[in-house]
Design a protein around this ligand. Structure first.
Ligand SMILES: Cc1cc2nc3c(=O)[nH]c(=O)nc-3n(C[C@H](O)[C@H](O)[C@H](O)COP(=O)(O)O)c2cc1C
Length: 238
């Protein structure tokens, strides 16, 4: 089993600690980790080259391609971020922006529909929920149906070792519970695509059908056409 981890911070803080506890439940897995901003240090500048001309034209293609290859090869994607002003870290947002072209209305990777993902977020007081939502939003529009969420709130101190024994135990039990749920999955079988994901896809397909009819098909439309999605083929049908 392969796991791709994208850490929304390079800091070995509480998020890192919780992610390590999570991964301990996947001893035999082949794990590849990325740390942001180190592994994707630039912002999307809005050139729209990825949408219009292809992702290989992005100035950051070297970083994006490396991460994307690992994501596509993985069975489970783990994304982590502490809450920064109630949301995902800027580094994580910058990465998600770079993957805008993989959103369903554009050129979703069919492999994503088969995958599972987990989002691990925590904060001092408030903001973990909105942080995980930031990341889940992209994952779901990449086509992933099965997304597990861990939201934690420390409430007392920001250093793991300074948290009370009780608090550490509570957080550990909570993350282990989620990890066990995901460790029990048979990764030889693709994830089940939810009805809501299918509805989103069908809606995007209608738009692409209209574009095709209008005769101004661009890169995205060609992609949908070549995948057979404007016909009977669907990314969740194997
Ligand atoms: C720039 C910045 C913004 C933050 N914003 C929030 C916030 O909105 N809500 C909150 O509860 N904690 C906030 N925090 C605190 C962190 O989320 C908290 O300390 C977290 O445990 C840090 O995780 P780490 O140890 O993995 O870096 C913020 C911290 C920083 C550095």
């Amino acid at each position: 089993m392969k796991i791709a981890v994208i850490n929304g911070t390079e800091k070995h803080g509480v998020t890192y600690r919780l992610k390590e506890i999570f991964l301990q439940n996947f001893q035999s897995a082949d794990i590849v980790e990325f740390f942001l901003p180190k592994d994707c240090p630039s912002f999307c500048i809005g050139c729209t080259s990825c949408f219009m001309k292809g992702e290989q034209n992005c100035k950051d293609f070297i970083y994006i391609n490396e991460i994307e290859k690992t994501l596509i090869e993985s069975d489970l994607i783990v994304m982590t971020s502490p809450a920064y002003v109630m949301h995902a870290t800027g580094a994580m947002k910058a990465l998600l922006d770079h993957f805008g072209y993989r959103w369903m209305p554009h050129r979703p990777a069919p492999e994503m529909f088969d995958k599972r993902a987990v989002v691990i977020t925590q904060c001092l007081g408030a903001g973990a929920k909105s942080t995980s939502k930031d990341i889940k939003h992209s994952l779901s529009w990449w086509g992933i149906s099965k997304i597990g969420i861990f939201n934690g709130a420390l409430m007392s101190d920001i250093i793991w070792d300074k948290l009370s024994e009780k608090k550490r135990k509570k957080l550990t039990e909570k993350i282990n519970k989620l990890a066990i749920r995901f460790a029990e999955i048979n990764y030889d079988r693709p994830a089940r695509t939810k009805l809501f994901t299918k509805i989103k896809f069908i809606f995007c397909r209608l738009i692409q059908k209209k574009v095709r009819k209008s005769g101004v098909a661009g890169l995205d439309n060609e992609y949908w056409y070549k995948n057979g999605w404007l016909d009977k083929s669907r990314p969740w049908k194997h």
